[in-house]
Write a protein that binds this ligand. Sequence first.
Ligand code: GTR
Length: 370
Amino acid sequence: MQDRLALLPDVLQCLDGKTVSSKEEWLAVRRPEISELFREHVFGREPEGKPSGLRFETVTEASALNGAAVRKQVVIRFAGPNGEGSFPLLLFIPVQREGAVPAFVLINNRAQDAMDPASPMPNDPFFPAEQLVSEGFAAAVFQTNDIDPDVDDGFKNGVHGILDPISEPRPANAWGTIAAWAWGASRVMDYLETEEGVDANRVALVGHSRGGKTALWAGALDPRFAMVVSNNSGCTGAALSRGKQGETIRDINTRFPHWFSDNYKRYNGREEELPVDQHMLLALIAPRLLYVASASEDQWADPVSEFLSLTAAAKVYRLFGLQALEEQPFPPADSPIARGQTGYHVRTGLHDLLHYDWRCFIEFAKRHMS
Ligand code: GTR
């Protein structure tokens, strides 16, 4: 494990060779530098700031979960140079509450039914609205495909089609589909800031697998998310790329060429030439709460590489005078561990998002955000 950590780019060492030694220097110099490296070489450059014409429309508002929640269907609308776009958000707000409550937002890359208020599955393990509401959290969900289709379509559809300049050839650092979904997560946060039932300062963003990669990039770019959870996010998510088992950069770029910038393809089989590794993505979440989860049989994602990456981000938490999980032996299955701002578990079983995972996220959030 030691050897692998020694091969990583130093999260604190700037491109000019200087090492940052205070949170002020981190925030002023190294943090922006690392975000730029991820933009340029990995995820691509997203449009900055709020889009024009941003507005929210509540389409339905009804009692749900046997009276325990109010269920709202909201449409988030925006405009760009090539027209207008919109996507739906589904939100459950506990009825029993004093003031605004903390919330979990799920980036839903599966379970389309979870979005359908006509046939809600309140206890679906992928989006267990009932479990979240009974623990005092609001539960929100949006669908990745509603933001940008998960296909290699030449970036003609979804938010790319609406926001990208059409005249010029696509630059090699143009944003990919994961960056588009992350952009959607920030628009959801724009809405939550206007929602009186939700405390926008206590919002956790959760994603599984490709959704987990998205949660990390969204959380890195948007400091309004107080907590970020990546579940089984693997390659170009939480897992270190250098020395990774299972899926490699070449594998992911070959099977999902639309997820990242074209520049990222230069690193197929050349992980060691990347100016970043994934512990630096996790470090961008500091000083906020960060929870990484793996599954024991998900060797394609590589739990050990996900855990090592999380411990390698601890240096940055330390700059803020905060505690985080430090280098230590890989924990046994089904034994969540946490220290200060970060938490981790490896669940027995396959690549999936299950009630057990949510229970761990909820417990961690309750300790810090209730
Ligand atoms: C896998 C892919 C992973 C992960 C996952 C998913 O096949 O190789 O990187 O994103 O799919 O999103 O389900």
